[in-house]
Design a protein around this ligand. Structure first.
Ligand SMILES: [Zn+2]
Ligand SMILES: [Zn+2]
Length: 143
């Protein structure tokens, strides 16, 4: 995303345009599935001193506004990506933490329905496949 588009995106989401928000959006666009630590480092590279708390606040605001999607992983750091509203899922390597996108199965949310919905109206399905990536499989075989 070009910087101007990020300015528009913030305005459309009703957020004030600030340097840390713009920097965070640029970093997340550049590093898909980055964790908060990496984003903090890169935002600091761009802006100089920014507190860790300030970056967390920015991530929180961007996620709440729907500009950024937060991928919460059990026992691992959350990752962030620009919301593309394409309902894609993720596959995670349990060994090294590599994460890749899996396209939505049918193209719109929810792309899979639960066998029992308990009377809920289902809006989306967020799926994380767990496995071992090719590099880690090769490393395991070489041992
Ligand atoms: Zn791996
Ligand atoms: Zn993704």
């Amino acid at each position: 995303m070009a910087p101007d588009e990020n300015v528009d995106a913030l305005r459309q989401a009703g957020l004030r345009v600030t340097a840390p928000r713009l920097a965070a959006l640029a970093v997340i666009a550049q590093h898909r599935h980055a964790d908060a630590e990496l984003i903090t480092e890169e935002v600091r590279d761009r802006l100089g001193s920014v507190s860790t708390q300030a970056v967390y606040d920015v991530l929180h605001a961007l996620t709440n506004a729907g500009l950024v999607r937060k991928i919460t992983l059990d026992g691992r750091k959350s990752r962030y990506e620009i919301s593309e509203h394409d309902n894609h899922h993720h596959i995670l390597c349990d060994v090294c933490g590599r994460i890749e996108n899996i396209p939505c199965v049918i193209g719109e949310a929810p792309c899979m329905m639960p066998s029992e919905d308990h009377g809920f109206a289902v809006n989306e399905a967020e799926v994380i496949y767990h496995g071992t990536c090719p590099d880690c499989r090769e490393a395991a075989l070489a041992q």
